[in-house]
Design a protein around this ligand. Structure first.
Ligand code: ADP
Ligand code: MG
Length: 434
């Protein structure tokens, strides 16, 4: 393991890291930081919870000068993630004198304009709101020297790509740019060549989509039995838990149920007001709530170290989402568990995901002796919708199996155009399906 001191970081930055209790650099940090400091573009893939934020933030903090305009731009798919990244950059950069602004939809423009007027050097933004600022002239990108796309595969996916293109066109060509994500499908890697200049690629465990280090299990049950089983799985949990549901309605229902059962559960989904979203996340982060019931709005990037269990109350309908969801536990080398409830109608979708899991996964039906009695045997088979003409996701740049990635197959197929609906059109943003 390498010490941060050996990566060429300045004392100011090192002081900030030490204060966070970081002693040794994680592999992606060790790999990416010196290259970014040398001014070369980077593509960084490393599993969930492996320290990618510091991997891109530290070089930026070192290279950017105070009081010389907005020089750093980090883009992320959700408001919650943008806020989290900004908080982390502020902590790392405590001794650099640099100021960070978070630019996201749902918050009043006034607050953001005030922050911008006071002068900032680094922006952490969701694309929609950033574009609003660019259009009204309250943000200019002419001094940008460092750009990061976090959760890059989502950012370069259909829902965001036009926005990203619009934003990048306004930034100087001579910039250091990096892409980071736990999942980096080949078609995204190919696409990245359009945006990056001879990048150094670090694909640390790209072939190992396993959720390694996470104790994974699944249970095939009737949909109506899920809540009863959820309570059973929650009983032994001492830390915190995230329950992922497929829709906003189910998210709300499960949160209500849990509340009735006297659990401290909060919910987060795209239809909630920004104020309530922030309230829920704050309660969960500071441990006032034990359970977060969420749509996939919380599946990417969210780092809450005490999360001990992830429950997939519903099977995700895009394979890679599974690995991001379960990656909310076992952060930074900790231990964690993930259980997936598979309703009879989701067996096909689940089989597709299960095939990609490279570590042993527990079959709880066998272990607990729970019979599966699916009346229609066809439903046991792999869903064909993912491949065939019925898929409306339209995302097929690379073709092949991973072609369904990024957008659930039954929505947003035709909704890629920008509207005036600010952040809401994006998959993780406001008034989405989630
Ligand atoms: P990723 O973006 O790869 O999912 P994060 O950047 O969110 O991971 O980091 C996951 C957790 O690991 C965070 O809580 C972060 O504070 C912690 N962390 C990151 N780097 C280090 C390090 N070098 N030493 C100790 N903890 C670290
Ligand atoms: Mg991250």
């Amino acid at each position: 393991m390498t010490k941060f001191q050996d990566l060429g970081l300045s004392d100011d930055v090192l002081k900030g890291i030490t204060e966070q209790g970081f002693e040794e650099a994680f592999p992606i940090q060790e790999a990416a930081i010196p290259v970014l400091l040398s001014g070369r573009d980077v593509v960084g893939q490393a599993h969930t919870g492996s320290g990618k934020t510091a991997a891109f933030a530290l070089s930026m903090l070192q290279e950017i000068q105070p009081k010389k305009g907005i020089q750093g731009l980090v883009m992320a798919p959700t408001r919650e993630l943008a806020m989290q990244i900004a908080d982390e950059i502020k902590k790392f950069g405590k001794y650099t004198g640099l100021k960070v602004a978070t630019i996201y939809g749902g918050q009043g423009m006034g607050i953001q304009l005030d922050t911008l007027h006071r002068g900032v050097e680094i922006l952490v933004a969701t694309p929609g709101r950033l574009i609003d600022h660019l259009k009204r002239g309250s943000i200019e990108l002419r001094d940008i020297s460092h750009i990061v796309l976090d959760e890059a595969d989502t950012m370069l996916d259909m829902g965001f790509i036009d926005d990203i293109q619009f934003i990048l066109d306004l930034a100087p060509e001579n910039r250091v740019m990096s892409l980071f994500s736990a999942t980096m499908p080949t078609q995204i890697l190919r696409l990245s060549e359009d945006y990056l200049n001879n990048p150094k690629q670090f694909l640390l465990d790209a072939d190992d989509l396993s959720g390694e280090g996470i104790d994974q299990s699944f249970l095939v049950i009737k949909d109506r039995d899920k809540f009863k089983y959820l309570l059973d799985f929650l009983k032994p949990v001492k830390g915190q838990c995230i329950v992922f549901c497929s829709t906003k309605y189910r998210t709300r229902d499960v949160q209500k149920f849990l509340h009735q059962e006297k659990y401290d559960a909060v919910a987060i989904e795209g239809d909630m007001s920004q104020h309530r979203r922030e309230q829920s996340m704050a309660k969960f982060r500071n441990g006032k709530a034990d359970i977060l019931v969420a749509t996939d709005i919380a599946s990417r990037g969210i780092d809450v170290p005490r999360v001990e269990l992830v429950v997939n109350y519903d099977v995700p309908n895009v394979e890679m989402v599974y690995f991001h969801r379960i990656g909310r536990t076992a952060r930074a080398g900790a231990e964690g568990k993930a259980v997936t409830f598979v309703s009879y109608s989701s067996v096909g979708d689940w089989n597709l995901i299960k095939r990609q899991i490279k570590v042993p996964i527990k079959d709880l039906n066998q272990e607990m002796g729970i019979q599966i009695s699916i009346p229609d045997p066809l439903k046991r088979q792999t869903s064909s919708r993912r491949y065939g003409g019925q898929s409306r996701s339209g995302y097929s740049r690379g073709g092949g199996r991973s072609g369904g990635y990024g957008r659930s197959r039954d929505d947003r197929g035709g909704s890629r155009k920008r509207t005036d609906d600010k952040d809401n059109r994006n998959s993780y943003g406001g008034r989405s399906r989630w």
